[in-house]
Design a protein around this ligand. Structure first.
Ligand SMILES: Nc1ncnc2c1ncn2[C@@H]1O[C@H](COP(=O)(O)OP(=O)(O)OP(=O)(O)O)[C@@H](O)[C@H]1O
Ligand SMILES: [Mg+2]
Length: 311
């Protein structure tokens, strides 16, 4: 079996993306500027971000037995994301998300198949996880996630969690066993605020660290990210991007680049965040979750152009 450093456990979907002039009201009919489909899914995007930057990554999860599933697996192969533990589930459909992009903002309608097309606990391969360095997950399928985390913990594999607000709505009591196992939590600000019932990301991060999560990094869109540990709290601003085309996958790109920098390259938190902000800045200038994700050369060039001392 292939050895990978970064494992993503979670969702993979096909994104149907349409650019529209504005978000329509009920009963309104509008003409779109474009229609496109792209490979997507928070965890799958995350892995492609790591692989483009040179990471050895693999996906644990499932697609349906249909042409969309084949397309998504073929794309992983093209992107050098390992599919040894990617399952095609008989009788299930590959989830499709509908994404509406207007003036750089997006609305996403998630497929009902997201919850039903999945792997089972018995599908988890202990050796695959044990031979990696990092298990990253979105907790989309909680039972399987709990089992995978148990395996990671038993084998001293680092655990990283991306908490979206949709998952945070399950509530602290339902999620705490999983969240408290993380070595790092990487929520966006809505996820962080929802899980802690707080009004600001600063407060949310303090609460999460006090509860026992060692490092919390909250992404703040155009405001960059907020690092919080027991020792300090610091916001790392990001770049001013004038032509924001599509922010879908910005967080996934940030998380992927960050994971590679911090856990695999062994850089410090701040340098890793600068690198990851830069990766996300390149991503948002293209349509589609993965289209703008940089490779290492493009990313370093961007960092040098922006006179980052570290690089
Ligand atoms: N408008 C923007 N300008 C500059 N950078 C941005 C912008 N939006 C996002 N980013 C970059 O992307 C990172 C993640 O963005 P955000 O906090 O919106 O994540 P998210 O809500 O998880 O997004 P998604 O779920 O679409 O991936 C930010 O920390 C920042 O580095
Ligand atoms: Mg996100």
């Amino acid at each position: 079996m292939k050895q990978v450093d970064i494992i993503g456990l979670g969702e993979i979907v096909l994104d149907w993306v349409t650019e529209i002039p504005h978000f329509p009201k009920p009963d309104e009919k509008i003409d779109a500027f474009s229609e496109n489909y792209f490979p997507g899914g928070v965890t799958a995007n995350y892995l492609v971000a790591t692989a483009r930057l040179g990471g050895k990554s693999g996906f644990i999860g499932a697609v349906g037995c249909d042409s969309y599933g084949d397309f998504l697996i073929e794309d992983f192969v093209k992107e050098h994301v390992d599919t040894t533990c990617t399952k095609k589930v008989a009788g299930k459909k590959t989830p499709v998300n509908f994404i509406f992009v207007a003036q750089g903002e997006k609305t996403i309608i998630q497929s009902p198949h997201m919850q039903t097309t999945k792997i089972e606990c018995d599908d988890l391969n202990e050796a695959y996880i044990a031979n990696s360095k990092l298990l990253h997950t979105t907790i989309i399928h909680q039972k399987v996630t709990e089992k995978a985390i148990e395996i990671a913990e038993r084998n001293n594999i680092k655990i990283s969690i991306d908490l979206e607000s949709q998952i945070a709505l399950r509530g602290w009591n339902n999620l705490k066993n999983v969240l408290l196992k993380s070595d790092i939590l990487l929520p966006n600000k809505e996820g962080a605020k929802a899980i802690t019932n707080s009004n600001t990301p600063e407060k949310a991060a303090e609460i999460l660290v006090k509860k026992g999560i060692p490092i919390v990094i909250i992404t703040l869109g155009s405001n960059g990210v907020l690092i919080t540990t027991n020792e300090y709290q610091k916001r790392i601003p990001t770049y001013e991007i004038k032509n924001v085309v599509d922010t879908t996958g910005a967080g996934d790109t940030f998380n992927g680049a960050f994971s590679l920098a911090y856990w695999i390259k062994d850089w410090d938190l701040e340098k890793s965040c600068i690198y990851a902000n830069a990766a996300a800045s390149l991503k948002i200038q293209k349509l589609g979750a993965r289209s703008g994700m940089p490779n290492e050369i493009e990313l370093i060039e961007f960092l040098k152009k922006n006179k980052e001392n570290y690089f």
